[in-house]
Design a protein around this ligand. Structure first.
Ligand code: NAD
Length: 480
């Protein structure tokens, strides 16, 4: 690696520093399982300081104006693009994804910053016709206040941008707790924002014990909004805590995303798309396709094409040229994914395809396609969040829709069909926040991103993403 992996400190009121007790914890390279650096851990005193600094910075940032805030976000986007090669190496080193994917994450972070820079300038209110000519009635859109943002390790930079972009653009200040598994890339994003002119205190970054930090920040009266991306169980805990203290929430949680491949689909297009997306980021993507439901007329052909694609995946260090899939992020995740697969096999499932042997050491798992998986197996019910897909046949579209809607998750779904009738039924009946038909491209800045049911609440993309960082204040005024 040409980049030297940095230790990461806390960012409080514009200064990078250690926590009050100088506690540090290790960061691992998932491709070698070795310690590569450390991050500073925040104590309650540090959290209080971060909160006070976000509270003090709020009014000046709100009053700085949308145009000035937009300029800072855009400049940060320019800096990310200029630094893309170096930042991509940082992401790959601490997270594991192949360099090409890490670079794409940096570029998409810049793209998201551009989008939200524009959205802040379009935070329009309303003028409501009055009943009498001397009255003016307006709805003003104003920033909700300081935000507590919790982000995950799978896209350590862009997941944070999805929260910082809308929050900062409309005038909120933020205390972010990025992932402890991958602390350096979110810190590098914060550095780009500071270099672009973000004033001290507008963004504070803390690391430490996640539950302790959440328990301190969420009830605090200065914090007005909570945004979390991560697993359903943690999301429910944080949503309950936020509810208890009447805080607004955005919850972007997990999925167990179905793909419905109908007899009238283009088999090769569908198999290539599913295989390509399944191994992206080693399956550690909330919208990764997992339950692949294939109509019986094309099942054998689809299974053969999928197996062929999966057989070609080259697993290895993300820094090595030619690698198409890197390791999982941590030993914890490797054990979770392999445990679910082993359980399914003990319960009668078969491996249709799995990639070549994985390198050692490191947290690698071969991409795996399972067939004959019992609906009661854990992997059919809990999100695996790894490079594994379950292939199952179906007879009728009704059967596929019932299976797709069986779980409490409702994030993304995919379908491959040339029938408008099938497509219309899926659009109406699938219980998801996002549906892609005949391709898999979701997650662009201009598209809404979010789920229904247990997959969460709110949107982190598109024109609605800024809404949850704004309050509507009615002002009605009579000229006397
Ligand atoms: P997790 O929910 O335990 O952790 C996800 C993130 O939340 C981590 O960064 C962690 O530091 C943080 N976190 C954990 N407990 C917390 C708490 N009490 N308060 C505040 N933050 C907390 O999940 P994991 O085991 O690291 O990852 C696997 C699961 O996470 C998957 O099943 C998947 O559902 C989910 N996940 C989802 C996304 C997504 O994009 N929706 C991203 C990453 C992980």
């Amino acid at each position: 690696m040409s980049v030297i992996y940095p230790d990461t400190q806390l960012l409080i009121n514009g200064s990078w520093r250690d926590g009050a007790m100088k506690r540090r914890s290790a960061v691992y390279d998932p491709a070698t399982a070795s310690v590569i650096g450390h991050y500073a851990m925040a104590e309650p005193a540090d959290l209080e300081e971060a909160i006070q600094s976000a509270g003090t910075a709020f009014a000046p940032w709100r009053d700085a104006g949308a145009y000035a805030r937009s300029g800072i976000l855009r400049r940060a986007g320019v800096l990310l693009r200029e630094r893309a090669d170096q930042l991509a190496e940082l992401i790959t080193t601490e997270m594991g994804k192949p360099l090409i994917e890490a670079r794409a994450e940096v570029m998409s972070s810049a793209d998201l910053l551009d989008w939200f820079a524009g959205e802040g300038r379009r935070a329009y209110g309303q003028v409501i016709p009055a009943r009498t000519p001397n009255v003016t009635q307006m709805v003003l859109k104003q920033p909700v206040g300081p935000v507590a943002a919790f982000t995950p390790w799978n896209f350590p930079m862009s997941q944070l941008v999805r929260k910082l972009g809308p929050a900062l653009s409309v005038g909120c200040t933020v205390i972010a707790k990025p992932p402890e598994d991958t602390p350096a890339s979110p810190a590098a994003l914060a550095r780009a924002l500071l270099d672009a002119g973000l004033p001290a205190g507008v963004l504070n970054i803390v690391f430490g014990e996640p539950a302790q930090i959440a328990d301190y920040l969420i009830p605090h009266p200065v914090i007005r909004k909570v945004s979390f991306t991560g697993s359903v169980p943690v999301g429910k805990q944080l949503a309950a805590l936020a509810g208890k203290h009447m805080k607004r929430i955005t919850m972007e949680l997990g999925g167990h995303n179905p793909v419905i491949v109908c007899d009238d689909a283009n088999v090769e297009t569908a198999a290539a798309a599913v295989a390509g997306f399944k191994v992206r980021n080693a399956g550690q993507v909330c919208i990764s396709p997992t339950r692949v439901l294939v109509q019986k007329g094309i099942y054998e052909r689809f299974a053969a094409a999928l197996a062929e694609h999966v057989g070609k995946v080259r697993v290895g260090s993300g820094l090595k040229p030619g690698t198409s899939m890197g390791p999982l992020v941590s030993e914890r995740r490797l054990k979770a994914v392999s445990g679910m697969i082993e359980e399914a096999i003990q319960e009668g499932a078969h491996i249709l395809a799995s990639g070549e042997a994985t390198p050692q050491p490191g947290f690698f798992h071969a991409p795996t396609i399972l067939t004959g998986v019992s609906l009661s197996s854990r992997i059919q019910n809990d999100e695996p969040f790894g490079p594994v897909a379950i292939l199952s046949p179906f007879d009728t579209i009704d059967e596929a829709i019932t299976e797709a809607n069986r779980l409490p998750y409702g994030l993304a779904a995919y379908a491959f069909t040339s029938s408008i009738r099938n497509s219309q039924r899926l659009q109406t009946e699938l219980e998801v926040g996002m549906l892609a038909i005949n391709h898999t491209l979701l997650g662009l800045p201009e598209l809404p991103l979010g789920g229904v049911k247990d997959s969460g609440f709110g949107s982190e993309g598109g024109s609605e993403a800024i809404d949850s960082y704004l309050i509507s204040k009615l002002v009605t005024q009579a000229a006397i």
